[in-house]
Write a protein that binds this ligand. Sequence first.
Ligand code: 5GP
Length: 191
Amino acid sequence: MNKGKLIVFSAPSGSGKTTIVKHLLGKEDLNLEFSISAASRDPRGEEEHGKDYYFISLEQFKKHIKAEEFLEWEEVYRDNFYGTLKAEIERIWALGKNVIFDIDVAGGLRIKHKFPEQTLAVFVKPPSVDELKRRLKQRSTESDDKINMRIAKASVELATAPQFDTIIKNYDLDTAKEEAYQLVKDFVSKK
Ligand code: 5GP
């Protein structure tokens, strides 16, 4: 099987990484396919099963853990489990494509350690924790409690940035998108 490259985008929730990943998925020359994670939380807003996530029950999630079917998984927030199924990566490689991940920092680093040469691990840095809070509130898809939980985690996550191959500062979205495109293009073009 042609094993494509792995492109990891990790960042605290609200940093803009999902927007950047979606932008890159629109660039045909990068030959990317999104790694759909399994998640034990409920869908939010317009999210669809099999497109944004494979939404499964906590019980099902735990069965996959036991059967060692995950490449990596994390209890990202209490009782909210997220993970990358090995079968998902195989599916994308079978298409002859490179895989792009939108996952949390611990999961991102785990993939980098498992496939050090094949992986480009990118950390997306928000301007500040206050700005992060403002963005999450503006999104208003979650309760204040859940937003506060995400903010508390963000400070811990920001400290892991130096372990990534590259840091993109998302102070201006268009600049960050262009920077991400150039980085990924260079990486996927390399033999
Ligand atoms: P959200 O609930 O906002 O969609 O995602 C919460 C966090 O879980 C985000 O940081 C997201 O990137 C991360 N996440 C999504 N899928 C995975 C996964 O497969 N593995 C890990 N470790 N984190 C994930």
